[in-house]
Design a protein around this ligand. Structure first.
Ligand SMILES: Cc1cc2nc3c(=O)[nH]c(=O)nc-3n(C[C@H](O)[C@H](O)[C@H](O)COP(=O)(O)OP(=O)(O)OC[C@H]3O[C@@H](n4cnc5c(N)ncnc54)[C@H](O)[C@@H]3O)c2cc1C
Length: 457
């Protein structure tokens, strides 16, 4: 197994439970990948990456249940805030009451996307009747024709979509957006806290699930072991990391597409697969969790949810731990905005963010206990977030390769998922699929996962 994110860990867990011997090689000194829970000095968990689970994401909830991990509802009582230049709109529900024509035009745009997405086959979006036409357009060009009224309406909707891909929408195929919406049910699900993708947090942080899966692997997990090469030869596959070589019958590569390109394959990947991975780049997103001694905004009738397109806190959500104590606001910037802020020095960036939060939540926002910032595209073993996106033409040309095995090499990772594509639940599902493919393979196999040589890395 290459990679101990949710996909790799789930595949390993499933194979082990079926009696297979498994070795997981992980490049980092921790498990979880894009899920990264850091404990503050007082034990408060902070999710620096993936954190939320939508209702109905059954595989994630099942896994959490099996591992004895519980979930709790994200706080969403009170008013949400929309910042429009100097004005602050307070609202409840999904769409701010900017002006009736704007609200209606946003709702109609969402409906059009949702209805069109229903025509995209989940398992093979490239086979939709109009796939070619949709894959020839970008999300940005669709947005220009979306009919959304007023600049604030357009900015808001653009930011919501940028929150999904964390990149300039001129780089994303419309088919990719439709597929993502199909994979999650609707735009409302993707954008919402209540009833949507941000509804549930994980007790102790999402990393608890990864750590519990890792505990079960014992010495079948090797950290600080970046896989450098995968060589198929008579009798099996040899997977080499620095100082570790594993002989296996099958290998599951559960890393983001851009990272697969950093592994040397023998025989080499086909040019078409290489091109797919080169083009499936992930966006730029910074998540900053701002910790306060208490969630003070709640007492002031605010939910903690706010949106300020183009600002140093484009989206905020209450991410406080469930049991009293500290308050946490998770703040996000996406694509071009994240990049612009990255050019500031860290103190300037911190001041800009806190100024923004004071403007929304009042003077108490000025003095956090801690501020935990992660610019995910600078993480060498992730290279962007929250998932890879597909520019025009890529899904229709090479999409089927995403899950197609390469000899005895199987592919997992949220980018290969259908349901819950791009999310934690999708990563888990991809791990289950890859494991099932190996278990269902009737070909005679030599003993799996027998380490050839293992020395400290
Ligand atoms: C800021 C942010 C917020 C997010 N929010 C949410 C959310 O709220 N809810 C949600 O459902 N999803 C969210 N996501 C997405 C979610 O975290 C991912 O979909 C999921 O964690 C991906 O899991 P994975 O196993 O497919 O990949 P990864 O987590 O990327 O795991 C891949 C692993 O492979 C390792 N690796 C890479 N190359 C090598 C190599 N050569 N050798 C060995 N190991 C290697 C990496 O170190 C990593 O551990 C978020 C992501 C980010 C970044």
């Amino acid at each position: 197994m290459v990679g101990a994110g949710f996909a790799g860990l789930t595949a390993a867990r499933t194979l082990r439970r079926s009696g297979k011997s498994v070795v997981v090689l992980e490049a980092r000194d921790r498990v979880g990948g894009r899920v990264w829970t850091q404990q503050l000095a007082d034990g408060t968990p902070v999710d620096r990456g993936g954190a939320w689970l939508a209702p109905g994401r059954d595989e994630a909830f099942t896994l959490a249940g099996e591992l004895g991990v519980s979930t709790y509802r994200t706080w969403s009582e009170g008013f949400h805030l929309l910042i429009e230049e100097e004005r602050i709109h307070r609202y409840r529900g999904l769409i701010p009451k900017i002006s009736p024509p704007t609200v209606i035009s946003i709702a109609l745009a969402q409906l059009r996307i949702d209805l069109t997405a229903k025509r995209v086959p989940l398992e093979a979006p490239w086979s939709a009747r109009r796939a070619g036409a949709w894959d020839a357009q970008t999300v940005a060009s669709w947005l220009e024709r979306s009919g959304i009224r007023t600049t604030i309406g357009q900015n808001l909707f653009e930011m919501a979509l940028q929150g999904l891909f964390a990149t300039d929408l001129a780089e994303v195929s419309l088919l990719d957006l439709l597929f993502l919406v199909r994979a999650h049910g609707s735009t409302t699900t993707l954008f919402s806290v209540e009833g949507g993708s941000q509804e549930n947090l994980i007790e102790g942080g999402a990393g608890t699930i990864a750590r519990r899966m890792a505990d079960d692997l014992g010495d079948g997990l090797v950290l600080d072991a970046p896989v450098r090469s995968i060589t198929e030869q008579a009798g099996g596959i040899v997977v080499r990391s620095d100082g570790v070589a594993v002989q296996a019958a099958d290998v599951v590569v559960a890393v983001p597409p851009a990272l697969a390109l950093k592994i040397f394959f023998e025989p080499d990947l086909s040019p078409e697969r290489r091109r797919l991975y080169e083009q499936a780049v992930a966006g730029k997103e910074t998540k900053t969790v701002v910790i306060y001694d208490e969630p003070f905004w709640r007492a002031e009738g605010l939910s903690g949810q706010s949106a300020g397109p183009g600002s140093p806190a484009e989206v905020t959500i209450d991410a406080s731990p469930s049991h009293g104590g500290h308050g946490a606001l998770a703040s996000f910037t996406f694509g071009p905005v994240a990049q612009r802020l990255e050019a500031l020095d860290p103190d300037e960036r911190r001041s800009a963010l806190l100024r923004e939060l004071v403007g929304r939540f009042g003077p108490k926002a000025k003095s956090p206990l801690e501020l935990v910032e992660t610019a995910w595209w600078n993480e060498p073993w992730t290279l962007g977030c929250s998932m890879a996106h597909f520019p025009p033409g890529v899904l229709t040309r090479s999409g089927p390769l995403l899950r197609e095995p390469f000899g005895r090499v199987h592919w997992a990772g949220t980018e290969t998922a259908t349901t819950s594509h791009g999310a934690i639940d999708g990563a888990i599902r991809s791990g289950l699929r890859a494991a099932a493919a190996i278990l269902g393979d009737d070909a005679p196999t030599p003993p799996a996962g027998a380490p050839e040589k293992r020395t400290p890395s």
